[in-house]
Structures are given as structure tokens and as C-alpha cells.
Design a protein around this ligand. Structure first.
Ligand code: AMP
Length: 416
């Protein structure tokens, strides 16, 4: 589909080697300059080389691989030539939507394949022959086994958020999918961390990759202002309400550790007349899409989510993230706050910290390499706690059980 005549473009995107149709589409989306990962990755991907990349969330990673892929695919060819594997349905959908927009003035087609929904439309799209598939591993394997999808024509394979796929136990599926792609292909591999399993996978799946690193992979998004709000457990919800009342937020995501916790907070907020969407892994695909859509279009002011939803979701204009529960894994903190401060805009991240959480809060500070300011809400009827007294706190921390406590929490976190 090229209904519009594209005038010749001379932009910072064409300077990277991208064609006019792509430059025109991104200009229309308001992109003036490539982000650092785009400036680095676009020429490498255009040259056909393999890439191993790490970048913080919100850095423009999707366009960094999608724009040069659309350029390289050139024109529609009625078969799958590019496969993008994503760990979650939300991410797969998001990538499909982004590619639709970037390819708007080309005839390249894209579809999304994920589980939890019917097979009908996916089968039709696959039978028609689309150029790009964004997929989660499980459902794609189903289609491959049923013979309704084929990867024989894949020229470019993108493995995105590979560390997340590892966390979610998808690595064997990913390996089976890679094995079904032609050996002569370009492979792009993105992962925030590189544990040994992934280094091994990369060694097997990539050929002489160019390494692209943006920023410190462990750093929290620099545009985000962080604050810890110490509070006793029994006052957490009241403090949350007070924070919501006093903060001028456009939209806020509240993170909890457990699915039950997410549901509970959502109900309590609804009783307080907030409009709320909920995302966690026990919600059906339809409920998750509705929650995300409602949040994006502003019909929900609050989105309550577990960490499953934390990675990579691209939600423009999130002004605040509230960690109702301190994440037990410091990396999840970085992913949670990555929801704000995406691509140059700023955001705030509030974290409620109870006495139980002191140790996890400290590990977050160690992980991001900065101390986070402790704040108190003026006039809030705080119940006194050792939390408000740094020296007493140090003693409490020293007295707290160490490894056993951690293990217990680890099992709780497993039910996200
Ligand atoms: P990503 O890291 O791919 O999830 O992108 C994060 C956000 O940045 C998305 O909302 C993109 O639309 C936006 N974005 C990506 N590239 C640019 C750019 N060059 N200029 C402005 N915004 C961008």
C-alpha cells in the first residue's frame, strides 16, 4: 500500500541510510533525531550484520531494529521473512503496532501471533503471507507443529528481551524455533543481562555479532526522580491514597508483588472512586488488553500490575510509578521505573518501604548505585516506627534474619 507520493526526505534518519518512506513515517510520529541506540544499530543492521545489543527500556530499541528491517525487506513478498520473538503477548502486540506505524508508507505487512486467543485470525494472516511476524514462542510453535506457519523463508530473526525469556522458562522453545529458521540469516539478539546460558545461546545463534551497548545496563532511567516513603505495614494503603490525592499525576502504575495483592489494591482503590485497570498473569488475554487499552486511552487513571507487566510495556505519558511493594529483585525495580521517563520525558517513582523491606530497599540502592531520598508526607498521621530513625533502623536491619528470610520471600515472588 503506497497511496501517498512520498516527497524526498533529508533527515537525520535518511542520513543513517533509511529510505524516504520510513523517514517520512517517523517524522510523522514526531521523531526528530535518532536515539543513541538507533544511531548505532541502524547502520549495522542495514549492513546485514548480526547484532548483540543491550539497552535500557525506553531507549527506542524497537525502532532501532524495526526501521532497518523494514528498509531491508524492501517490498511485500507474501511470505514470512522476518520473525521477532517476544517474551509476552503485550510486548508482541506492542512491536506489531510499532512496525505497522513505521511501515505505514511501505507495503510491508506484519501480524502478531500469541496464545490465549483463538487460532482463526492468526491462521488466516499466516496463510495470506505476511512479511513480519511478532510472536511469543509457545503459540508460534503450535502453528509450526500444525503446519500453519513456516519459517523457511526467514531472512531476519530478532530475539528480543532474551533474559526475560530465560526467566519465564522459554529458552527450550526459543532454541527449537531458532533451529527451524534457515542458517543463512541475520540475527539480532537483545538482552539487558547476559548470564552464561544466554552467552551460550548467543554463541550458537549469532555469527560474528557487532556488540551495541547503550548506557550502563544496570542504571535506572536517568530522567526518573526516585523517593522512598517509609511507612508501617498497616498504613500502607492509607499512605497510597494520600499520595494519590496529593500528587498531580497524569497516569500512574502501581506495582504489587503478588496477583492477589494487585486485585486487592485495585478493589480498594475502586471503592475510593479511582478508575482502575489490572494486569497480571491470571487475567485473561482479553482482560489484559482491555486494561492496557483503557489505561492508554485515559479511561483508567490507575493501572495495578505485577512484575510480569513491568518489562518493556510502552505506555506513553506515565507520570508516576508507585511500588506498593518493594520488588525483591533489584532488577525488577529498574524495569518497573522504566515505565516512566520513557524517551526523554520525566517521571517520578515512589516506593513504600516497611520495616520488612529495609534490606530489599538497600539492595536496590546498591544495584542502581545511588541512594534514594526518604520522604515523609507532611501532615499524614504516621504511626511511629524505627523506620523513621536511621540508627534504630540500622540495628533492626542487623538483627533481621538473613538468608532464610530471603528464601521465604523468593517463593512468594514465584507466584507473580
Ligand atoms: P522503546 O524503547 O522502543 O520501547 O521506545 C520507547 C518510546 O520512545 C516509544 O514510545 C517510541 O515511540 C519512542 N521513540 C523511539 N524512538 C524515538 C525517537 N527517535 N524520537 C522520539 N521518540 C522515540
Amino acid at each position: 500500500m503506497t497511496p501517498v507520493e512520498i516527497p524526498p526526505q533529508d533527515t537525520n534518519f535518511t542520513k543513517l541510510g533509511l529510505n524516504d518512506a520510513i523517514a517520512f513515517a517517523v517524522a510523522e510520529m514526531g521523531y526528530n533525531d535518532p536515539t543513541p541506540i538507533q544511531a548505532q544499530a541502524v547502520p549495522v543492521v542495514l549492513s546485514g550484520k548480526d547484532v548483540i545489543g543491550s539497552a535500557q527500556t525506553g531507549t527506542g530499541k524497537t525502532a532501532a531494529f524495526a526501521l532497518p528491517i523494514i528498509h531491508r525487506l524492501g517490498a511485500h513478498a507474501k511470505r514470512t521473512r522476518c520473525l521477532v520473538l517476544e517474551p509476552t503477548r503485550e510486548l508482541a502486540l506492542q512491536v506489531e503496532e510499532a512496525i505497522q506505524k513505521y511501515a505505514k508508507y511501505t507495503d510491508i505487512t506484519v501480524t502478531v501471533v500469541y496464545g490465549g486467543v483463538g487460532y482463526g485470525k492468526q491462521r488466516e494472516d499466516l496463510a495470506r503471507g505476511v512479511d513480519v511476524i511478532a510472536a511469543t514462542p509457545g503459540r508460534l510453535l503450535d502453528h509450526l507443529e500444525q503446519g500453519t506457519a513456516s519459517l523457511d523463508g526467514v531472512e531476519i530473526l530478532v530475539l528480543d528481551e532474551v533474559d526475560r525469556m530465560l526467566d519465564m522458562g522459554f529458552l527450550p522453545d526459543v532454541q527449537r524455533i531458532i533451529a527451524k529458521c534457515p542458517k543463512a540469516r541475520q540475527t539480532l539478539f537483545f538482552s539487558a543481562t547476559m548470564p552464561p546460558e544466554l552467552a551460550q545461546l548467543a554463541g550458537w545463534a549469532l555469527r560474528e555479532p557487532t556488540e551495541i551497548k547503550i548506557g550502563r545496563t544496570r542504571s535506572a532511567a536517568e530522567t526518573v526522580a526516585h523517593a522512598f516513603y517509609p511507612v508501617v505495614g498497616t498504613q500502607k494503603f492509607d499512605l497510597l491514597l494520600e499520595l494519590l490525592k496529593r500528587t498531580d499525576f497524569k497516569s500512574v502504575i502501581i506495582f504489587t508483588r503478588t496477583k492477589m495483592g494487585a486485585d486487592r489494591i485495585a478493589h480498594r482503590l475502586q471503592r475510593e472512586q479511582h478508575t482502575v485497570g489490572v494486569i497480571h498473569s491470571d487475567r485473561s488475554q482479553r482482560e489484559r488488553v482491555e486494561a492496557l487499552q483503557g489505561f492508554k486511552d485515559g479511561s483508567f487513571e490507575v493501572l495495578v500490575a505485577t512484575d510480569i507487566a513491568a518489562r518493556g510495556l510502552d505506555i506513553a505519558g506515565v507520570s508516576h510509578v508507585v511500588n506498593y511493594d518493594v520488588p525483591e529483585n533489584p532488577e525488577d525495580y529498574v524495569h518497573r521505573i522504566g515505565r516512566t521517563g520513557r524517551a526523554q520525558s520525566t517521571g517520578d517513582a515512589y516506593t513504600l518501604v516497611t520495616e520488612e523491606d529495609v534490606r530489599d530497599a538497600r539492595s536496590i540502592e546498591r544495584f542502581i548505585g545511588a541512594s534514594i531520598e526518604r520522604k515523609k508526607l507532611e501532615g499524614f498521621p504516621y504511626i511511629y516506627s524505627a523506620l523513621f530513625d536511621e540508627s534504630a533502623l540500622a540495628q533492626a536491619e542487623a538483627a533481621a534474619p538473613k538468608p532464610a528470610g530471603r528464601l521465604m520471600r523468593g517463593t512468594r515472588g514465584g507466584r507473580r
